[in-house]
Every structure is written in structure tokens, then in C-alpha cells.
Design a protein around this ligand. Sequence first.
Ligand SMILES: Nc1ncnc2c1ncn2[C@@H]1O[C@H](COP(=O)(O)OP(=O)(O)O)[C@@H](O)[C@H]1O
Ligand SMILES: [Mg+2]
Length: 477
Amino acid sequence: MSGGMIWPGRKPVKTAAEAKPASAADATAAAPAAKSVPAVKAAPAAETSRLDQKTDLKVELHQNLLDRINLAALESMTREQVGRDIGDIVADMLKEMNHALNLAERKQLVEDILDELLGLGPLEPLLKDPSITEVMVNTAYIVFIERAGRIEETKAKFADNRHLLRIIQKIVSGMGRRIDESSPMVDARLPDGSRVNAIIPPLAVDGPILTIRKFAKTPINMEKLVSIGAMPEACAEVLRAVVKGRRNVLISGGTGSGKTTMLNAMSASIGTHERIVTIEDSAELQLQQRHVIRLETRPANMEGRGEINQRDLVKNSLRMRPDRIVLGECRGGEAFDMLQAMNTGHDGSMTTIHANTPRDSLSRLEQMIGMSGLEISPKAARAQIASAIQVVIQLERLSDGKRRLTSVAEVTGMEGETVLLQEIFRFDRQGIDAQGNVIAELKPTGIRPKFMEYLGARGIHLPPNLFDPYRRLDSAA
Ligand SMILES: Nc1ncnc2c1ncn2[C@@H]1O[C@H](COP(=O)(O)OP(=O)(O)O)[C@@H](O)[C@H]1O
Ligand SMILES: [Mg+2]
């Protein structure tokens, strides 16, 4: 294998120029950063880190390997056999790219490429790159990533949609799930905890679609949320007290607004002596306490039997003597059981919900109670909500890509048929600057929350000036 076949018509002018600087900077770890001059690309030089280039080089090499080798044959070969063959091809390719690597470096590169071929193919370099938080595959040739809150397209691509489907099947079968025409969508989790969703034809019109939310190796904690400007410290202080003092919390927000992250961060304030049961459709939470039992739902099997849903798990958890129940996301009939648990001694429980405002989240809860199949009047449902939930917090992903806490509200009771909800912190939007950043601040409304008294009686004292609307909060943003 050699010569003209390697870069079959792809960007003939760009390739040589592009490959060299990237690989030169990449070849030796000690190479000075000054060498990493991105050719051709219009991106500002400072933004193209060496990490990005390394990913690009591997994607490029991998892509060329895919063009040359018979994927189906790989599956029946051992790693050693594949390694020998690939080693030769990679050596050839590096030579053609005018790329001088020493033996150790080449070995490492071959190992990496083997991981990619035998692992999850073109996804591997993207999954290994810690600066990438989300990978979105929109059929074989279109792969987007999210990095630092921004979405960009990558050079990664699959050989074709069949190749992509094989990788998807590899992921989901490893998790004991399956995907095919008769069951064309699936949620799964990679061994490292990353969350995977796949949906294929006929539901996905153009071909297989894969979305991976990468597992944060070090989860974002409250301190980090404050330091990146997601909320002011004063607000974090209130939330810590609310959790420590066992108030029931509902975290509301859109998809990807940071609900699970917030739930995880807030959970750190739960005492180490408490018994916590977590319930999720696909386990994402990373509670730090030792006394944690993690439960995950199970979909129906091939015959459509054996499904265990969140509701079943909430009910079962009540027999496990939990002090607190943490439900990853409330989306259906389990709302009823969860609220009941909150009302009957499991205070300090928490969950998230998909809604756009705190008020909206309460009506969503009401709808979900309806989904439990029980005959409950709207008024009774609201009364249950009003006595179960004390604090609702709202998260939003703003137009500048930043995820921010935009409201903290307290449920204070019922008046007639209406649940009373009052905002304690409110998001004050002032506008948008020239770079498109949202200028806004989370401010106290001046209302002293009722839970202050409850917390005070349990020895948790918050300085009253936290709620003073004229005091400037130290928002990092
Ligand atoms: N405040 C934040 N700033 C930056 N990234 C965040 C923030 N909160 C969450 N993230 C990241 O955003 C992604 C989505 O967050 P997640 O908590 O899973 O959202 P949700 O549960 O609302 O769908 C994750 O990759 C997470 O690490
Ligand atoms: Mg979530």
C-alpha cells in the first residue's frame, strides 16, 4: 500500500501544508508551542491548541486508515495481528506525510490508532479529548462537538452509515441493550459514565444519529459553579443551607441547562451519615458520600417484558430505609410517588424537571401526577405539590451559551386553588454586549424566605443581609 491512494482527492492543496505544522508540533512533546502555526484555517492562532491539533492528526490518520483497510476483516483478528499490519501502514503514511517520528512515538501512535479501530472508531479521539464535552454524530460524515460551550464541526467521519451503525451497536450491546429496526432508539452509558443516545432509521430519516454527553471526570461542584459565574456565592450559600436543612428541592430547566450538574453539586451538602438512594434512567450522578445506593431503570426486553421504570424504583426505594431520595429527572407517573415520599419523612429529597420557569415546573408536576393513573383532583394534586416542595430553582442556557441560575423561588403554601410561589433571587437582564455576552445579574428580591425560620430552628443560620436587595452580590460573571 503506498503512494497516490492515500489522500484520494481530499483537499489536495491543503493537506500537505496542514499536516506538517500540526504533526511537527505534535511529534515531540517538547516541541515549542511557537511551532504550532495553524495553516489555512481561519481560526485565530491562539485558539488552536496543541490538543486540538493532536486530535486532528489522529482523526486524519484514522480516516485514511479507514479508506485502506477492510473493517469487516478486523473483527476476526487479534490485537497483535491487527497491530502488525497497522504498524506497517502507519509507518508508510507518516513517511508520505513527511513526518519524522522516533520508534517510541510511532509505537504510541499505533497503540492509539488500534484503540480507535478496535474501540469506538472515529469517536475515540473525540472521547479522549478532555476539552470536548459533547459529541454529536449526525449520520456518518457529519460530526459536531461542543467545546467550552460552543458547537463546532470536526473532521471526524465514519466510513459510511453501516460503519456508524456497527459502532452504535457495539456501544449499546456492551451495556446489555440493543438497537435495530424494531427498537430504533436507545439510551445507554459508556463504561466511563458518558451518556449515550442513539436513534436510527426509520425514526431518524437520514441515517443513524448518535449523541454523547461526556462524563465530567471531575464533576462541577458548587465552588466551581460560583467561580465560572453560574451563580453568586450568596446564592450558593443559601442552596447549601437548604440542602443541609433538609428542604425538598425541585431543579427546573431546559435540556442541557445544567440540572443534573446542579443536583450533583448540591448533593455535596447532604450529611455523610445519611442514607441516600439515587434513582435514574441512566446513572449520571456522582454523589461523594459513601452511604449511597444507586438504582437505574431497565427497559423492556425483546418480548416487551421486564421493564422496571422510575416509578417502580421510587416505590421500592421506600422499603430501603432511605433518609433522602434523589431522583435524577422526574418525567412521569413517578412524580406522585416522589411527592408522597417528600411528604412522608424523606425530606431533603431532590429531583430535576424539564420546565422553563419555576411556575411552569409546578404545572408540569401536576400533569405528571395525572400520568400516575390515579384519580386525583387538580386541587388535591396542587395541595400535594405545595406541601412537598419548598424550593424551586431555575437554570437556563442563555443565548451566549453560558449556563446560569436564573431564579430561586420558595413555595409558601396554597391560596384557594393556587400554589403560592415567591421569588427570592431574580435574574436581572440588562442587555447583550458587543461580543454577544448576556449582561445580567442574579439579585435578591428582598423577600426573606420562610425557610429561614425552619433552618434556624435546626441550627442553620443564614446572615439576613444575604437577602438584602441593595447589597451587590459578588457574581463572578
Ligand atoms: N454552569 C455550567 N457551566 C458550564 N458547563 C456546565 C454548567 N452546568 C453544566 N454544564 C455542562 O453542561 C452539560 C449539560 O449539563 P447537565 O447538567 O447534564 O444538563 P441537564 O441535566 O439540564 O440536561 C454537561 O456537559 C455539563 O458538564
Ligand atoms: Mg440531566
